[in-house]
Design a protein around this ligand. Sequence first.
Ligand code: HEM
Length: 402
Amino acid sequence: MAETTETGCPVLHFEFAPAATPGERFFDQLDEIRRDHPIFRSDEAQGYWVFTRNDIIMDALQDPETFSSAATVPTIPDPPYAWIPIMLDPPLHTRWRQLLGGWFSPGRTGTLEGTIRERCASLIAGLKPKGGCDFVADFASQFPTVIFLAIMGLPVDELERFMAWEDKILHFDTETDPDYSQMIAAMDQVRAFMGELITTRRADPSTRGDDLISAAIDWEIDGAPIPDEDLQSCLLLLFMAGLDTVASQLSYMFHHLATVPADREKLVADPSLIPGAVEEMLRAFTIVRLGRKVTKDVEFHGAALKAGDMVAMPLAFASRDEDAYTDATGVDLDRGVFRNLAFGGGPHRCLGSHLARKELVVALEEWHRIIPEYTVPAGEEPLEHSGNGVYGYDSLPLSWSV
Ligand code: HEM
């Protein structure tokens, strides 16, 4: 039952990063809330606004003057960190996007397709004779990490080290890491590792290649060199933004295809449907949850926002809004509608969306070519997680005949 504030806005108990409940899915819980509440207040932490409608979220994302990215987790209004570029506002944010943009353009991403496909196929071929795997640990988490190493110009034999850091940073839990000290230590290690690479490549031009780090050491903003600390922050952000997102997105897509055989069979019979299917599943299973900080007192879609207020926008609210899409909460591989907010909107719209799409499409193509039939073993219903700003499955057991 919702209480009501003096402005008439309901107050609900809503958690930004809730624990999973066996037998329930996060997306279904969000659908239920959205139907009655376009905007409400959560009573979590210091309290924050939650926007749930597609048009309201779109308006907020396109207005960085009112909705600042200086704080992106609604329960942390004054973060002691500033990741670049995701926590910058224009105009400085625009400068960074100009520097980074070319590295993630469709053209550049296209040149990586061979590496992406080769690495993907070799991971799947290694799994096939086993007759089953934990899809998340054995495939979805490893695949994007290898591509990240290629973009950064790092050898694949660094994979294990990066996987260990990734695990500590992105998959921390409060039981084993109650004060986040392991997570923070792993972030410091990634930053230090990036710092060493920057120093080496600056000092010895023979270590430079056609990779992002080699280019970044010469970047300037408004004619001034970028401090190494900012470069490290940016490289750490790229590491965090590009890995768990792709892995979590794949976990929902493969859970759907493993449990709805008719959809899987359709893609196996006609792989040309895969790019459209990826768009539809990005929409139906939109994983990212955003936060913003309000910069001024303002009336916004009937809510009286105050400077300093925090706002939560789980993007799945927008993607599954029945006013924006017909049968929005279902999956329709023939929908043919490619506009969605899975990659956000406005100036911070995902920098890696072309790369992410390429990785997702190639993963579906190669997996179904090599392992066309698979299922979630009976009695092994996987559990979701909501860590690190994205929803996903912690693990996804799959089995197939060999
Ligand atoms: C399915 C996979 C992915 C999804 C769903 C996703 C989603 C998003 C979303 C919603 C945002 C907006 C954040 C905001 O407005 O605060 C974002 C930003 C970003 N993403 Fe992705 N992303 C994915 C993969 C990637 C990949 C592969 C990379 C490559 C490194 C990447 C790099 C970034 C960066 C750097 C930003 C910050 C952009 C900025 O602040 O201007 N993402 N992503």
